[in-house]
Design a binder for this molecule. Structure first.
Ligand code: C2O
Ligand code: CU
Length: 553
């Protein structure tokens, strides 16, 4: 067990993630940011300096529960104030569970701008994972736009809305190819073949393997928008981990991964060793306008420049939801995993709708579109600053007459900043209910991510959730996750225990959706939180309070 120290500078820099030079958010001159590797029980200590001259910054450690350190969750307006230009904030927290995680900016659209990296937690030396492998790779998946995040953000907040559109490029470990492809004319793009010397920022990372070995491929998606599907030519994948939790191993030809999710798969290099194979990643759930990302599985000693002879796997049709559902419903907790409490203390149903406010387009949950207040919730709740956010409790439910199959009859909604206050250690069920968006016959996929906790996924269903659906919940071996998807016109049920004092975001992980209000804030037992560093709260009402008291209570 040790403390791992990092000194990071966040800055804007010129970079060519897809061979076209733009501005990205980098850390210590790197894009994506440095990979953190630690062992269970280690303390991660990051001194983060904001070298952006125009705006604040925070970093969220996605999937790390922050047990006892809710102020280190890195969520602007919830766990801390944005770190001002020139200032340094220390994130110090324990990684308590092995798995594949990542980190990313959680202020404005900074994730879309490229502020992300990988965080891997290994089992302690001498202990073993419940599966064997000879080597591992790590693929951090993201999507990339040529328009700056400032233009994206202004577009989303404008009337009429200027939607960001589909990404120009999909990136694997921050590398993609725009206007050229590793394989000419792949994925309906009329592109020519890229020419690489190998040193380009956009040159693909090749996965070099030896024949007849088992490799662990860690996958994490930090896309701003895209749902993805990955396949490796001629190779099956055995899924063994999801969101830092072990799953009952199952074999697939291709795998869907939504923004905010992570997986580990095992592959066996049991194919013809004189060949190389394509790894391809394409878009799911939205009509794609982005060519698939490609890289190569290279069997040593075959030369990496030898192109595969078998064409790259083709992503399933973007709207083949049955394919996605059958994959998702095959995920179960590893046999012997902890089961959920048999009953719940409180059930909250959250209706997801697209709405209008004075002609601006928003997303709303139970008809409230979330706006973040200037004072972090953790501070306003801890110090009883009632004007820090709306004191009315947000709705627990939605009208049972609501027609989820049609565009909203009354699309008008309101903004709000209320909090779901959860009693400490109670079991909470959340039913996420999808619905029709503003346009006819449109219902989108939303991957929901919970901070501070993992939850059990009890079930999925079509149409509107009814009381009878409860009988079909899986209480025997539901997977533990931190991100779960709702399918078009469907519902998803999840259960968790509110055992981590703090204020926590629960939101759609599609960044522009969160920006348009698609989230809620949960808080539990904030009075138990001790030791919030004062520089987490030097903004809004907490800053004023400090000025008056001259020190921290
Ligand atoms: Cu990965 Cu609240 O986000
Ligand atoms: Cu969404």
């Amino acid at each position: 067990v040790k403390v791992r120290h990092y000194k990071w500078d966040v800055e804007y820099m010129f970079w060519a993630p897809d061979c076209e030079e733009r501005v990205v958010m980098g850390i210590n001159g790197q894009f994506p940011g440095p990979t953190i590797r630690a062992e269970v029980g280690d303390t991660i200590h990051v001194d983060l300096t904001n070298k952006l001259s125009t705006e604040g910054v925070v970093i969220h450690w996605h999937g790390i529960r922050q047990l006892g350190t809710p102020w280190a969750d890195g969520t602007a307006s919830i766990s801390q104030c944005p770190i001002n230009p020139g200032e340094t904030f220390t994130y110090r927290f324990v990684v308590d569970k092995a798995g594949t995680y990542f980190y990313h900016g959680h202020y404005g659209m900074q994730r879309s701008g490229g502020l992300y990296g990988t965080l891997i937690v290994e089992v302690p030396k001498g202990q073993h994972e419940p599966f064997h492998y000879d080597g591992e790779f790590n693929l951090l998946l993201s999507d990339w736009w040529h328009e700056s995040i400032h233009e994206q953000e202004v577009g989303l907040s404008s009337k009429p809305l200027r939607w960001i559109g589909e990404p120009q490029t999909l990136l694997i470990n921050g590398r993609g190819q725009y206007n050229c492809s590793l394989l000419p004319n792949f994925g309906n793009s009329s592109s020519t073949q890229c020419k690489f010397s190998g040193t380009e920022q956009c040159a693909p990372q090749i996965l070099q393997v030896l024949p007849n070995k088992t490799y662990r491929v860690r996958l994490a998606s930090t896309t701003a928008l895209a749902s993805l599907n990955i396949a490796i030519g001629n190779h099956k994948m055995i899924v063994v981990e999801a969101d830092g939790n072990y799953v009952q191993p199952f074999t697939v030809d291709d795998l869907d991964i939504y923004s905010g999710e992570s997986y580990s798969v095992l592959i066996n290099t049991n194919q013809n060793p004189n060949k190389n194979y394509w790894i391809s990643i394409g878009v799911r759930g939205r009509r794609p306008n982005t060519p698939p990302a490609l890289t190569i599985l290279n069997y040593k000693p075959t030369s990496a420049s030898k192109l595969p002879t078998i064409s790259p796997p083709i992503t399933p049709a973007w709207n083949d939801y049955n394919h996605s559902k059958s994959f998702t419903k095959n995920i179960f907790a590893l046999m012997g995993s902890h089961t959920p409490p048999a009953t719940y203390d409180r059930r909250i149903a959250l209706l997801n709708t697209q709405n209008r406010i004075d002609g601006f387009i928003k997303w709303a949950i139970n008809n409230v579109s979330l706006v973040f207040p200037p004072t972090p919730y953790l501070g306003s709740i801890k110090f009883g600053l009632k004007s820090g956010f709306d004191q009315t409790n947000p709705p627990e439910n939605f009208p049972s007459s609501y027609d989820i199959m049609s565009p909203p009859a009354n699309p008008n909604t309101t903004t709000g900043s209320g909090v779901y206050r959860l009693r400490y250690n109670t079991t909470v069920d959340i039913i996420l209910q999808n619905a029709n968006a503003l346009g006819a016959n449109v219902s989108e996929i939303h991957p929901w991510h919970l901070h501070g906790h993992d939850f059990w996924v009890l079930g999925y269903g079509e149409g509107k959730f009814t009381k009878d659906d409860e009988a079909k919940f899986n209480l025997k071996n539901p997977p533990l996750r931190n991100t779960v998807v709702i399918f078009p016109y469907g519902w998803t049920a999840l259960r968790f225990v509110a055992d981590n004092p703090g204020a926590w975001a629960f939101h759609c992980h599609i960044e522009p959706h969160l920006h348009m209000g698609m989230g809620v804030v949960l808080a539990s037992a904030v009075e138990r939180v001790q030791g919030i560093p004062s520089n987490a709260l030097t903004c809004g009402l907490t800053a004023k309070m400090f000025l008056k008291k001259k020190n921290i209570p």
